[in-house]
Design a protein around this ligand. Structure first.
Ligand code: FE2
Ligand code: FE2
Length: 474
């Protein structure tokens, strides 16, 4: 039976004429659908969801909107258009032709990077699988599912690379991407942030703001890779990733907006009084922010890293927006890294720049995180309150890098373990915070209605009004 690959699996990789790839994907696709049914969003599989589907990479086709059932979503394979003159943009091979095939000596390193990136995509779908039952509106429910199907597509994007360029071991890795599960004791996801449960919508918005943004910076680094198919895959993924961070930024913004309305109404910023009105007090928002920001920082890896240095030297993984740097070799520069001095203070270590590439990327990420904070704080100030949300120091609550195991306060000042424990309830979500937020998680499924803890969005999706049946519940 002839299968129309363009119809079933929209793609721009000429799948129709690549028999090897077809065979690999024909075997993998039913496994993916089984995984989606078993580990993807619970229920709602028969509901029609107003989703964006990529059917090509051009301006017209990459965002096609319509109501579809999620299992019928067309997960496609897309790479940004090839630039035939593209050269290696950094490292020891700077200026040479990029690679269209995987060089033998970098095979296992590239496979590992692709698998690690690929693993996060289905992991987040698993983390979020129960959230549909407590969505604050149909608009939000639709956004959740949009993020979920696109993370599914990102998995496809990585599986395409594994199948297309890594032969048998690539196929085995692709299978294991469906075998590991978020939070599993026996077979967890690779990175720890992706094993944290996401059982409430405040966490979901924090995750899409902070953790999807980590994804953005990983993709930006990989979009610089000399392995051209990887670079082009990641470039296209970035277009979708932008919506996930939009969901996070506007989601947190709407929570803050609703809280401010309540604060004005009752003329008080007292957290208990705010909670009595069914909104989320700003100190709780800050504690969730501290948790997800610090957890996401660890995803960039150790601040001093010989792996990062060799990825850069070999042209495997660059800096985000490599073109903005003047010196693409970064051979003789140094990076001044602040580390604990072991006596309760801070020392400065001078690192070869190439060893500091994880930290360079992390700092670019931190600057990007500030944008939303500034915007939310403007809303708070406009409402006439003096509270300001803040990113904690990158030293705070770290599990990876020089600051792992050194307790600090959110400002980054080293403190004793006892002082950290004493401060914990002020700085990080408590059981009571989580229970309160959880108590708000009641589904709202009436067209145009919002839960009481969140303000409506300023506008709908794809020029639809906010009151629109974004999900037709089955
Ligand atoms: Fe993704
Ligand atoms: Fe994402």
């Amino acid at each position: 039976m002839a299968i129309d690959y363009q119809e079933r699996i929209p793609n721009n990789v000429d799948l129709g004429s690549n028999r090897t790839l077809q065979r690999a994907l024909e075997h993998w696709q039913p496994e993916f659908l089984k995984w989606w049914q078993g580990m993807g969003p619970t229920d709602f599989q028969a509901s029609d969801v107003y989703l964006r589907t990529a059917t090509s990479v051009d301006a017209k086709g990459w965002a096609t909107y319509g109501h579809v059932r999620m299992p019928e979503y067309r997960w496609g394979i897309f790479l940004a258009d090839q630039d035939p003159n593209r050269k290696i943009g950094f490292g020891d091979e700077y200026g040479k032709d990029v690679w269209q095939q995987v060089p033998g000596e970098y095979r296992s390193v590239l496979r590992r990077l692709i698998v690690t990136q690929g693993d996060t995509e289905p992991a987040s779908v698993e983390q979020q699988r129960l959230l549909g039952h407590s969505a604050p509106s149909l608009y939000d429910l639709r956004n959740l599912f949009q993020v979920n199907v696109e993370e599914g597509r990102h998995l496809w994007a990585m599986v395409y690379l594994l199948h297309g360029y890594f032969g048998r071991d690539g196929r085995e890795e692709a299978e294991q991407l469906l075998g590991r599960h978020s939070g599993s004791i026996d077979n967890p996801r690779i990175l720890s942030t992706f094993n944290e449960p996401i059982s409430d919508w405040l966490s979901f918005f924090m995750f899409t703001y902070f953790t999807d943004r980590d994804g953005k910076f990983q993709l930006k680094s990989l979009a610089e890779s000399s392995f051209d198919p990887l670079a082009r895959t990641c470039q296209f993924m970035l277009t979708e990733e932008a919506h996930h961070m939009f969901v996070g930024e506007t989601g947190i913004g709407r929570v803050v907006k609703r809280t401010l309305e309540v604060m004005r109404e009752i003329g008080s910023d007292d957290p208990d009084a705010v909670r009595k009105m069914g909104a989320i007090d700003l100190p709780t928002v800050q504690r969730y922010l501290n948790f997800w920001f610090s957890s996401s920082l660890d995803l960039f890896g150790a601040d001093s890293s010989s792996n990062a240095a060799s990825y850069f030297a070999n042209g495997i993984k660059g800096r985000p927006d490599e073109a903005q740097y003047e010196d693409h070799l970064a051979e003789s520069q140094t990076y001044e890294l602040e580390i604990p001095d072991g006596k309760g203070g801070v020392a400065v270590e001078s690192l070869p720049m190439r060893n500091a590439m994880n930290e360079v990327t992390r700092q670019a990420y931190v600057r990007d995180c500030e944008v939303g904070i500034t915007r939310w704080n403007r809303t708070i100030a406009k409402a006439g309150f003096s509270f300001a949300l803040q990113l904690p120091s990158t030293r705070f609550r770290r599990s990876i890098g020089s600051w792992a195991g050194t307790p600090t306060d959110p400002a980054g000042t080293p403190i004793s373990a006892e002082a950290f424990e004493a401060g914990r309830t002020q700085w990080l979500p408590t059981e009571a915070d989580r229970a309160y937020v959880q108590s708000l998680m009641q589904p709202v499924t009436e067209v145009g209605k919002m839960a009481g803890w969140i303000a409506p969005p300023d506008r709908g999706i794809n020029s639809q009004p906010v009151p629109y049946e974004y999900v037709r519940l089955a």
